[in-house]
Design a protein around this ligand. Structure first.
Ligand code: AP5
Length: 219
């Protein structure tokens, strides 16, 4: 197997981050989550973070110019590994820009893993999500709770609810997803890259389905 190039596509709360961390570890991939990168910029108070924050808090997309520069730099720097894109691309314009970036650095996209989850389940998951502001670990109060209530298992920090996980912002994020990101399903289906996964139920069982699609690491 050559270097893998993957996209995890799905609505807010579909489990992209949850599955991406596990896949990146077992397949040795560069994990690029544009949401995590942006939250890190906000936390560090950079000019990019300052520009992105209001869009994120309102559940709107951050302008392409900011996103594309951030992704391009990292794809160029990580050439020795395969890549796993999580939360990018999010619009057809970003997908077209990605095609150009990959061609420029001689890298290839193998699969787009589409995590399909019904809307009522997305809303429940986001309401029950808690995140660690220190190391970024993600929990679900029922499906994957922390060992000690309200504390991160990894670094012990107090868990928070993301500012964009409130009910009204979640509703806006789902609308933005439907109008801007859902068209990517057709975009990648037409390129025969889309792999459809019903991402409901046990987190490990979903991971196992993804591994069947990809083949075992190193095989
Ligand atoms: P981003 O961070 O990418 O948010 P998102 O796409 O809305 O995705 P989420 O992080 O909410 O969900 P996820 O699919 O990763 O699910 P998770 O694994 O956490 O983006 C945030 C913002 O940044 C955007 O709104 C935008 O402003 C900006 N942005 C980012 N990228 C951009 C781009 N390319 N262009 C422009 N703007 C951009 O799981 C969710 C919950 O469910 C967790 O609690 C988890 O524990 C739980 N869970 C996971 N799997 C299961 C399961 N099988 N059963 C039960 N619970 C589960």
């Amino acid at each position: 197997m050559g270097l893998l190039g993957l996209i995890l596509l799905g609505a807010p709360g579909s489990g992209k981050g949850t599955q991406a961390v596990r896949l990146a570890e077992s397949y040795g991939l560069q994990h690029l989550s544009t949401g995590d990168l942006l939250r890190d910029e906000v936390r560090r108070g950079t000019p990019l973070g300052a520009e992105a924050k209001d869009y994120m808090d309102a559940g709107q997309l951050v302008p392409d110019a900011l996103i594309l520069g951030m992704v391009r730099l990292r794809l160029e720097a990580g050439r020795e590994k395969g890549f796993l894109l999580d939360g990018f691309p999010r619009t057809v314009a970003q997908a077209e820009a990605l095609d150009g970036m990959l061609a420029a650095v001689g890298r290839r996209l193998d699969h787009v893993l589409f995590l399909d989850v019904p809307e009522d389940e997305l809303v429940t998951r986001l309401a029950l999500r808690r995140s660690c502001p220190g190391c970024g670990r993600v929990y679900h109060l029922k499906a994957s709770p922390p060992k000690a209530e309200g504390r991160c298992d990894g670094c012990g920090q107090e868990l928070i609810q993301r500012p964009d996980d409130t009910e009204s912002v979640v509703r806006d994020r789902l609308k933005v997803y439907a109008s801007s990101t859902q068209p990517l399903v057709d975009y990648y289906e037409a390129r025969k890259l889309l792999r459809h996964v019903v991402a409901l139920g046990d987190i490990n069982a979903i991971q196992a389905q993804l591994r069947v699609i990809l083949g075992e690491p190193g095989a």
